[in-house]
Design a protein around this ligand. Sequence first.
Ligand code: UGB
Length: 598
Amino acid sequence: QKNLSLLSPEQVELAKVLLEKEQSHLFQHWSEPGVDDDEKCAFFDQIAKLNSSYPGGLAAYINTARELLADSKAGKNPYDGFTPSVPSGEVLTYGDDNFVQFEEAGVKEARKAAFVLVAGGLGERLGYNGIKVALPRETTAGTCFLQHYIETILALQEASCSLAEGNCQAEIPLAIMTSDDTHLRTMELLEKNSFFGMKPTQVKLLKQEKVACLDDNEAHLALDPHNKYRIQTKPHGHGDVHSLLYSSGLLKVWHDAGLRWVLFFQDTNGLLFKAIPAALGVSAIKQYHVNSLAVPRKAKEAIGGITKLTHKDGRTMVINVEYNQLDPLLRASGYPDGDVNSETGYSPFPGNINQLIFEIGPYIEELTKTGGAIKEFVNPKYKDATKTAFKSSTRLECMMQDYPKTLPPSARVGFTVMDAWLAYAPVKNNPEDAAKVPKGNPYHSATSGEMAIYRSHSLILRKAGVKIDGPVIQVFNGQEVEVWSRVVWKPKWALTFSEVKSKVSGNCSISQRSTMAIKGRDIALEDLSLDGALITEAVDGAEVKVGGSVQNKGWTIENVDCKDTSIPEEIRIRGFRFNKVEQLEKTYTEPGKYFLKP
Ligand code: UGB
């Protein structure tokens, strides 16, 4: 009481909220006034932050926590009353007429889009010490994820503007959600690299705050074990992105500027932009308020399944069900074998890759009602079966893909399925865990993430008429992967299948042991026969035709051990590195017309 008399009116209000919500234990150990006053102020600063960064404030957080903890203790299933079934969505086949039409429509729409990268996660499963967006997407060109994302958005901006009538000045905005774990390093990466060519004003960083930890079923807030004047906090999950976009006012700025779409994406999927133009085209043509990208999913694969849920009362929704919940839900709903592959070799439930496209109008309307609050969940680890005590403190969590859970039935919620080889190659698992993944299921490691890029590029070129050898199978860091020709290109070379086709002509062939990096806009492959390594770089305005027979010793692949700490971490987590024995490398620094022939 004596301590409270020293507080400002705002601090008194906050203290009252805490006392009303039965949190007096937070003050019980406080020393006399005049002792530890700085710490006490810091405590209230923290409380004020926790209060303002949560929709509805700390009181709402504690109320929800009590409800969810009671449900968890009672063993209540969040899907009680719901029956799962396989939903129907848009299933695309890469390169067919339908796909090409959606891609064209998507590129046209892109100038009305804003991109949101959720990059607040530390990637505990990957165990990498840096921020994940700084990892090389592949090690042939060495471009990091963030650079690749930005270069693709800039290429889309340009391609989209070139289709607009009149003088198009569109600058596609990019928001990046960071956290205390990633914020400074993300900012440094951008600043050190001049924002990878984007205007600094185009990029906005939104930092998510952690939420208060909970000690017990009564939702008593947990004190930090190292400081009795602090509340212990933990991450709240990627679902924070919605409240941040709303509370920062950014969404309104985008809406007022006439933008129509918001595209959310995760930190380490090096393929996802291959799927963006077509998926955005689907959103525009089908007028989806919400469109989730999905890929065929192996049963029990550690990604959520897109599921249609029908409630006893008639309500239906198409929503992601996390992988650990899908199997029990199916077993409880008349599928005795749970989540199993169908005769196609895949689960009938498409895999959520958390690439979401929202139409801004309906999105902002919904957030005006909810403030961006997302249905949360709690996952306490109980000490024993009585479920009365926790092994360690817990907290509420939320996921960005749960946004549709509060939408009315009239909302147009759909999804788009594309081949995994085209759209999905996340880097989430460390080498040891990846090596334990059941045979046939994807590894989701740095090794598989890089190899998937070469496979995707090889398959795209094959579809465009290039003769490309099949892969060989190799083992790196205990993972058996297909090794295709190491082909990479800059996003401005080609964003869509039509663009790839327009840059390839005659009889082109690339052998399996080859490496090809295309670093320029106007580089055309004409009657090229490549058996070795070929690196072509050209400034805008330099038109280069590459042809003839290129043959050299090329780049070989060497195994490296993930435990060998003499090798940089970003390399050893892949289990291989390139030995650049011989290559043909040409750089064109002046505009003009050139013919590169050995
Ligand atoms: N992230 C944040 O920005 N803040 C946070 O507090 C937490 C994460 P994970 P997860 O792609 O296969 C998701 O940890 O959550 C960012 C889907 O839920 O990599 O286990 C983080 O930086 C799942 O349905 O993934 O699983 C990263 O960019 C499936 O789609 C992103 O959020 C799965 O991803 C995802 O965080 C998948």
